[in-house]
Design a binder for this molecule. Structure first.
Ligand SMILES: [Fe+2]
Length: 186
C-alpha cells in the first residue's frame, strides 16, 4: 500500500481551479485513464491491503489510482461532502449499493466504463477480475469519509474515518443493539 504522502504529484490535464461537478469528474477520470503514462508505473496488486496511490490533489479536486484483486473490498462507505467519479481501465470491479428492505444492488463495471456519484452516495466496491485498475476523482478533495457496518441485529452504524485510512469491511464484533438500547433507556 502506498500512503497519500507518496503521491505521484503529476501535472494533470488542466483543471478549472474550482470544484468540479459530476460530469467534469467523469471527464477527468476518463482523461487520466486514457494516459497510462500518468499512472502505469504505480500499478501493484495486494490481496490483503488494496493498493492505491494519489496522483493529484489540490484545493478543489483529487485523483487516485486504485488496483484491485477479487479479494479487495472497501466495505460500505460514503464520501462525506465530496462528489466522485470512477473510470475502470482494466479488468472489472463491482459497484454495490445498499438497499433497505430488499437485496443490495450489485453492478459489474467492466473496463472502458465510468460512472459518477454525488455526496449522497453510499456504496461498496469490490474487485471482480484479477489485475483490475480504476481511476477515481473527488471534488472537493476527500477529508473525512463515513464507514458503515451492519450489526448482528441488522442495525446500520456509521463511523467517521480519515481519507487516509484504508477502507475495508468492519470486522469488529458489534454489541447487542437491543441490550444496548435497553441499557440506555432511562
Ligand atoms: Fe467510494
Amino acid at each position: 500500500m502506498t500512503t497519500p504522502t507518496d503521491q505521484a504529484d503529476i501535472d494533470l490535464i488542466s483543471l478549472p481551479g474550482r470544484e468540479l461537478d459530476r460530469d467534469e469528474l467523469v471527464e477527468l477520470v476518463r482523461a487520466v485513464a486514457a494516459r497510462p503514462e500518468l499512472w502505469e508505473e504505480h500499478v501493484r496488486y495486494d490481496d490483503e491491503h488494496r493498493h492505491y496511490v494519489r496522483l493529484h490533489r489540490d484545493a478543489h479536486a483529487e485523483v487516485w489510482l486504485l488496483c484491485w484483486t477479487p479479494s479487495n473490498d472497501t466495505g460500505w462507505h460514503d464520501h462525506d461532502v465530496s462528489a466522485g467519479a470512477v473510470a475502470v481501465v482494466r479488468g472489472a470491479v463491482v459497484e454495490h449499493n445498499l438497499a433497505i428492505g430488499s437485496d443490495c444492488l450489485r453492478t459489474v463495471v467492466p473496463a472502458g466504463h465510468s460512472y459518477s456519484f454525488g455526496p449522497d452516495h453510499i456504496h461498496r466496491m469490490t474487485g471482480e477480475a484479477e489485475g483490475s485498475v480504476t481511476i477515481h476523482a473527488y471534488s472537493p478533495p476527500l477529508w473525512r469519509m463515513g464507514q458503515y457496518a451492519i450489526s448482528s441485529s441488522s442495525v446500520l452504524r456509521r463511523t467517521s474515518v480519515s481519507y487516509a485510512d484504508e477502507l475495508r469491511p468492519t470486522e469488529e464484533p458489534f454489541p447487542n443493539d437491543q441490550a444496548r438500547l435497553r441499557d440506555a433507556l432511562i
